[in-house]
Design a protein around this ligand. Structure first.
Ligand SMILES: Nc1ncnc2c1ncn2[C@@H]1O[C@H](COP(=O)(O)OP(=O)(O)O)[C@@H](O)[C@H]1O
Ligand SMILES: [Mg+2]
Length: 236
C-alpha cells in the first residue's frame, strides 16, 4: 500500500532525510519512531504529496506521489503536526467543508460528516465553534477530517502530542480501532505508544532508517532496539 524507495530531501545543505526505504502492506499499522528532528514530518509531507522529494520515489495506494499527487491526496487521510482548523467554524460546518473539498457528493455529505463525527466521538460537539474546543477534542476533529471520504491510507503525524493522559489513551484507542480497515502510518517519539498501537516499528534517526521490527512480546524489547538504533553503531 506504501512503497518508499531511496527517498531523500535536502533543505539547502541540510539532509532532512537520506535514502529512506520501506514498505507497508494493506491494513498494517506501523509506528514511525524517532527523536525530534529525525525526519518523520519530512517523510510524511512527501508521502502525502505536500512536499517534493529531492531524490527517490514513493508510491501510495498504487500512485506515484510526485507524478500523481491528486490521486494520492484522494486516497490518503493526513493529520499534520499542526492541523489547520478554522477557529470560527463549528465542528460540523468545518467537516462539511472538508467533505466538499475532498469531493464527497452533496447528497451524501451530511451522512459522511455524521459518520466521521461518530467514529471520532465528536458528535456531541457538532455545533460548537472550533476555537472553544479543548486540545483533546481539537485532535479528534483533526482525526475526523483525515477520515472524511474514507481514504484507505492514514498518515498521522504525532497524533497524541500535547494531549493530557486521558486524552492520549482515548486517541490511541481510536487509532488502533481504525486498523485493519485502513493502512496506518503514525509518527511518534514515544516508545510505549508504538508498543501499544502498532504491529511494526520503523525507527528513523538523523534522516536515515536505523531499524525495522515487528512489535511482539517474543522479540527484543523496543527499548533495546531503539537504543541500539540511535546509538549510531546499529545501522549495520
Ligand atoms: N523547511 C525546512 N527548512 C530547513 N530545514 C528543515 C525544514 N523542515 C525540516 N528541516 C530539518 O530537517 C530535519 C528533519 O525535520 P523533521 O522532518 O521535522 O523531523 P521530525 O518530524 O522527526 O521531528 C531537521 O533537522 C529539521 O531542522
Ligand atoms: Mg515532526
Amino acid at each position: 500500500m506504501i512503497e518508499v524507495e531511496g527517498l531523500t530531501k535536502h533543505y539547502g545543505a541540510v539532509a532532512a532525510i537520506e535514502d529512506v526505504t520501506f514498505r507497508m502492506a494493506p491494513g498494517e499499522i506501523v509506528g514511525f519512531l524517532g527523536p525530534n528532528g529525525a525526519g518523520k514530518t519530512t517523510t510524511m509531507r512527501i508521502l502525502t504529496g505536500f512536499a517534493p522529494a529531492t531524490r527517490g520515489r514513493a508510491t501510495v495506494a498504487g500512485y506515484e506521489v510526485h507524478a500523481r499527487p491528486l490521486e494520492v491526496k484522494r486516497r490518503v487521510g493526513y493529520l499534520p503536526e499542526r492541523v489547520p482548523l478554522y477557529e470560527e467554524m463549528t465542528v460540523a460546518a468545518f467537516l462539511r467543508y472538508v467533505a466538499e473539498v475532498k469531493g464527497v457528493g452533496r447528497g451524501i455529505r451530511r451522512a459522511e460528516v455524521a459518520r466521521v463525527m461518530a467514529r471520532c466521538g465528536v458528535d456531541e460537539m457538532a455545533g460548537r465553534l472550533i476555537r472553544n474546543l479543548s486540545k483533546g477534542y481539537r485532535q479528534r476533529v483533526g482525526l475526523a477530517q483525515a477520515l472524511v471520504a474514507n481514504p484507505p491510507v492514514l498518515i498521522l503525524d504525532e497524533p497524541t502530542v500535547g494531549l493530557d493522559p486521558r486524552q492520549i489513551i482515548e486517541v490511541r484507542k481510536l487509532i488502533k480501532a481504525l486498523a485493519p480497515e485502513h493502512t496506518v502510518l503514525l509518527s511518534t517519539h514515544i516508545l510505549p505508544e508504538v508498543a501499544m498501537i502498532c504491529e511494526r516499528v520503523i525507527i528513523i534517526h538523523q534522516g536515515r532508517i536505523a531499524a525495522e521490527h515487528r512489535v511482539d512480546a517474543a522479540g527484543p524489547s523496543l527499548e533495546d532496539l531503539f537504543l541500539r538504533a540511535v546509538s549510531g553503531d546499529a545501522a549495520a
